[in-house]
Ligand binder design. Structure first.
Ligand code: AR6
Length: 196
């Protein structure tokens, strides 16, 4: 598990002056208003970041997820729901389901962008100011990380300026290679903070 690593902290500015931070670390340790979970449609937990969030947050999160699934059924890919964050530092967990990568002709890109856009809109509607994302779909769901990074950063850079409350978006990435792809993507669509 990576330790907090400030040597990889990269800061960019989004269109409305909100901050975009790219970090390496464990998202369960983030102290921002919401963290995003890369779940599956069952919302019953799993491996990867999903397992880490349920482990760190404790059973209250799973109880809330069960109640949600009882009410609305399985969560479709690209959609989002919110629960409390249990024992973690953040206030909320926004659960989303990324697309499984099947080669790119099953609307994976649009679905992945929807995960980010819908999570940002939900956080903003809950009057949250900061949100942390993992690299959705690039683990067990096999989305190529270069393409996923470009979609993720573009969705954030387009969506955040339309919102009122969100002032900081973080990507908390688990390894150097993934971080590098997100930094490249951010250089293509955002302004680097120390250049403003
Ligand atoms: N903090 C930040 N990133 C993490 C952490 C963590 N603690 N743990 C893993 N990652 P994955 P997916 C990274 O597989 O591809 C689950 O079983 C990981 O290195 O967690 O959307 C769900 O239940 C990778 O870069 O999510 C679903 O069934 C990224 O998070 C399925 O996996 C995403 O990897 C979802 O697959």
């Amino acid at each position: 598990m990576p330790q907090p690593d400030n040597s990889h902290r990269r800061e960019f500015v989004l269109g409305n002056g909100s901050k975009l931070l790219l970090l390496i670390g464990d998202i369960t340790r983030e102290s921002c208003d919401a963290i995003v979970n890369a779940a599956n449609s069952s919302l019953m937990g799993g491996g990867g970041v999903d397992g880490a969030i349920h482990d760190a947050g404790g059973p209250a999160i799973l109880d809330e997820c069960k109640a949600i699934v009882h009410r609305i059924g399985p969560l479709p890919a690209g959609q989002v729901v919110v629960t409390a964050a249990g024992e973690m530092l953040s206030k909320r967990v926004i659960h989303t389901v990324g697309p499984v990568w099947y080669g790119g002709d099953r609307e994976e890109a649009a679905t992945l962008a929807n995960c980010y856009r819908n999570a940002l809109r939900l956080a903003d509607s809950e009057e949250l100011r900061s949100i942390a994302f993992p690299s959705i779909s690039t683990g067990a769901f096999r989305y190529p990380v270069d393409q996923a990074a470009a979609i993720a950063v573009r969705a954030v850079s387009e969506e955040v300026p339309k919102l009122s409350n969100l002032k900081e978006v973080r990507f908390v990435l688990f390894d150097v290679r993934t971080h590098k792809h997100y930094v490249n993507a951010a250089h293509n669509v955002c302004t680097k903070a120390d250049q403003t």
